[in-house]
Design a protein around this ligand. Sequence first.
Ligand code: G6P
Length: 351
Amino acid sequence: EETGKSGYEHYMLKEIHEQPRALRQCLRGRVNEMEGRVSLDVDFDPERVQFVACGTSYHAALCGAHLLQRSGIPAQAFLASEYATSPPPIGEDLVVGVTQSGETADTLSALREARRRGARTLAVTNVVGSTVSRECDQTLYVRAGPEIGVAATKTFAAQVVALTMLALTTDGEQRDAIAALRDLPGNVQAVLDSSTAREVAEEYVDSEAFFFIGRGLCYPVALEGALKFKEITYEHAEGFAAGELKHGPLALVTEDTPVFAVVTGDGELARKTIGNVKEVEARDAPVIAVTDGQSDVERYADHVLRIPTSEPRTAAVLANVQLQLVAYHTAAMLGRSIDKPRNLAKSVTVE
Ligand code: G6P
């Protein structure tokens, strides 16, 4: 068991540190820098896309839907467990199941429902030969390597990169995005080497609750930051779309509720999230900015978790690494069962 952890105290920490390698594997042979093109061995030319997924994979699916919409393809992500309760019209839609294990009962059953209604299906999974890959028409493997920790880390990063590549296949030449993907493993390594997440964890470990906010692609990152945090620390953590704060969650914000604000770039989204940061600051909540330093969010933050400057698609993955580390170090300080959190299973094979 100890050798399996390669000297790390937990599988989760080992897997967080394996992300550069997982992403290199995910990208290998699929991006052609000379031609400025992505090529995957799946046929992907859909009219519209419906994603179905659970847990962390649902957050990757939200990223996937966002990325496809940006490429001009209507796309929506559904929680697999809700899909059958109000099934959307299928039409010509491609239904994409995102599942690390390929065995999650809710996701399999949503895909079966879609197939029963005539949909074509694509699996995005980490496990070769998994049930989902056998049942779907096509499979895109994320190639993150085996993940032991119950909390998904490197597989989320690889799912987002795989879905980024999928969206890029519909986009023609994409040199900037391809360069950003090429640099991503090295940039993840830079985050791992320089992160001050442990200090942030030390400072706020005794807080009452932990909130995470973001917009655009940073919104699923906020959701995933909160999910990771609650899974392994057992503390109250919630992720919100930054713009929704004022519609309710702001009532929860006090000086005892640190707010992690994921702010990348320096455009309109960053400017608006900074507006939300000012709102929480006015309620005396500590603000931790997860940022590439392009905007002036740092002026309003008590702590900064820096990520290298890249483009928005890859920035989301980098920001998520910082939040993984904050969750990990907080859980370690609280003495939690990090690799096998109470009540949770790596793969849930019942509905
Ligand atoms: C379980 C795990 C989560 C995971 C979810 C979906 O709840 O604890 O970490 O995100 O299942 O798993 P899948 O294998 O479908 O990605």
